[in-house]
Design a protein around this ligand. Structure first.
Ligand SMILES: [Zn+2]
Length: 96
């Protein structure tokens, strides 16, 4: 029974200290995380419209019915360039 009393003594300050640090961590996390996320989300969209525009125009290629997009180089080729189909993926002549 004496040992339990000995354990209680050093534990109390440790628990109190942990509570404080956890609360501080929670506070700093909840305070910094949302603001960082919002900053990043807005920061990526607002200052870089040119970059996203370029990516969009590059990715959204008007594809004709007789064209296909290679699964490896992601370039649109004419059907005559389609030389291989692996697992439903179209592979162009250059990548085959
Ligand atoms: Zn290719």
């Amino acid at each position: 029974m004496a040992s339990t009393a000995d354990y209680d003594a050093p534990r109390r300050p440790v628990v109190e200290f942990d509570d404080d640090s956890v609360e501080e961590l929670k506070a700093s996390r909840s305070a910094s995380h949302p603001s960082v996320d919002v900053d990043e989300a807005e920061g990526f969209e607002l200052p870089g419209p040119d970059a996203s525009d370029e990516e969009l125009t590059a990715a959204v290629v008007p594809m004709k019915p007789d064209e296909f997009r290679c699964s490896r180089c992601f370039l649109v080729h004419h059907c005559s360039q389609l030389v291989d189909q692996q697992h439903g993926e179209d592979i162009c002549q250059e990548c085959a």
